[in-house]
Design a protein around this ligand. Structure first.
Ligand code: BGC
Length: 435
């Protein structure tokens, strides 16, 4: 997670040449020296390779012994025929070279880069607005676009993969310069990346990773670390006993990363026999009802003997808490994620134990700012990289923050993420903490 990768990109320069003298245009492995092209730029390299092959061919012909033999002979007809052929070849090569330069910047094989004063058009494709956090994501992406003078169109797929694909096709048809995609299904969304790259449009994977694709950039929080923080909090406070693990949607890469993080921490305690996993399931579509069902089953199985529920987000935490009999509410430790208002209210009420606060502003802003850079062909600094099954995706990952009853004031309220009167709405005013 701590890999330091500064991703730089260089636009083809005016002469359509690589800036690195070691660049080998004929090699498929060539990276233009240390500069790695963004995936959608790779076809431009292959096109230049073809053109350079023609040029080299022409050069070979000119220098060939046969050519010299003919030109040295007294056969003037042969000389002029050969000269004409050579000139035609060179002119054709020069023409195709010129075409390649243009296509590198403005034809169908690569989208024209935006100048500093040109308006960048961003398409933001979202899976859902169901959780409160996604409404913030939408608002903050739109706000940032306004601030930086970019145009932004948002489409929401409501958990429907084919709709999300269609909406992205539509955004591409409308001519967006960059796509930001929060995928419903991280595997299926690979086809969105392919479609965008066919039009030279870069794609930013937002919050959730698009798997097995050449996606250009990933902006998110440190998801494995979130899983570790949830499990560590549970283990620190309930070091022994029966645990329920409730994952998110199995089609969301985040749900899998969270589980990895949780297991990193829990495995040794399981091996020692300190904790026992009674149920280890994923809640389809991150549904609270699924979490309720999983919790009810585990309660029945153990005759209500549960000490901790590691729920992967606040929605599933809420579902799990509603399955608890009244005498267990507040006794069973319940984790969460998102610092949603209803979850933070449950925390100050003593019903949910903790959540993970993921500030959305830096995430949304980094997505828009990076989109602008990609559209303008400027370097994007991405310190991390995450493998998506196909490539190491340059990534910008924000820090998550633990929030429990004692930390509500210094985190979500201090940041203005929630208002004090909303969070403590169900608590008598004389019991509110001092500001
Ligand atoms: C996000 C969570 C969110 C969940 C359900 C995950 O990918 O990271 O913040 O609660 O999806 O929408």
């Amino acid at each position: 997670m701590n890999h330091k990768l500064t991703l730089k990109r260089e636009e083809f320069n005016g002469s359509c040449g690589c800036l690195d003298p070691n660049f080998n245009p004929l090699s498929d492995e060539s990276n233009c020296g240390s500069v790695r092209p963004f995936p959608w730029e790779r076809h431009l390299f292959s096109q230049r390779r073809l053109v350079l092959k023609y040029v080299i061919l022409a050069g070979t012909l000119i220098n060939s012994g046969e050519f010299r033999e003919i030109t040295n002979s007294s056969n003037t007809e042969g000389i002029s025929l050969m000269r004409t052929k050579t000139i035609v070849t060179i002119v054709l090569c020069a023409l195709s070279l010129a075409t390649a330069c243009v296509s590198g910047t403005q034809t169908n094989t690569g989208k024209k880069k935006k100048g500093p004063n040109e308006t960048v058009r961003i398409g933001f494709s979202m899976d859902t607005l169901k959780e409160e956090r996604w409404q913030r994501d939408k608002e903050l992406v739109e706000q940032r676009c306004k601030e930086v003078g970019a145009e932004c169109e948002v489409q929401v797929a409501n958990g429907d993969d084919s709709l999300q694909t269609k909406q992205c096709d539509n955004l591409l048809t409308k001519g967006v310069d960059v796509l930001i995609v929060a995928p419903h299904n991280g595997q299926i969304a690979a086809s969105i990346v392919e479609a965008a790259h066919r039009q030279g449009v870069p794609v930013i994977s937002y919050d959730r990773l698009i798997r097995n694709s050449d996606v250009d950039l990933y902006v998110s929080h440190q998801v494995v670390k979130i899983g570790e923080m949830q499990a560590q909090y549970a283990l620190d406070n309930r070091p022994k006993g029966n645990y329920i693990l409730i994952g998110g949607s199995p089609t969301d890469n985040n749900a899998l990363l969270l589980r990895d993080g949780q297991m990193n921490v829990l495995k040794p305690a399981i091996a020692r026999g300190d904790i026992k996993i009674i149920s280890d399931q994923f809640a389809k579509e991150w549904k609270a009802e699924e979490a309720l069902r999983i919790t009810e089953d585990a309660l029945t199985k153990t005759n209500n003997d549960i000490q901790a529920i590691v729920a992967s987000n606040d929605g599933t935490a809420g579902g799990a808490i509603s399955a608890l009999p009244p005498q267990l509410v507040g006794k069973v430790l319940v984790t969460g994620q998102d610092a949603a208002l209803d979850a933070v209210q449950r925390i100050v009420d003593g019903k949910q134990t903790m959540t993970i606060y993921k500030p959305i502003r830096p995430l949304a802003f980094s997505a828009v700012d990076s989109a602008l850079k990609l559209a303008r062909g400027e370097p994007v600094e991405a310190k991390d990289k995450i493998n998506n099954g196909k490539i190491d995706v340059p990534s910008i990952l924000q820090e998550p923050i633990v929030v429990d009853k004692n930390k509500v004031m210094q985190t979500v309220i201090k940041d203005g993420y929630h208002k004090m009167e909303d969070v403590y709405k169900n608590v008598p005013r004389d019991q509110w903490p001092k500001q």
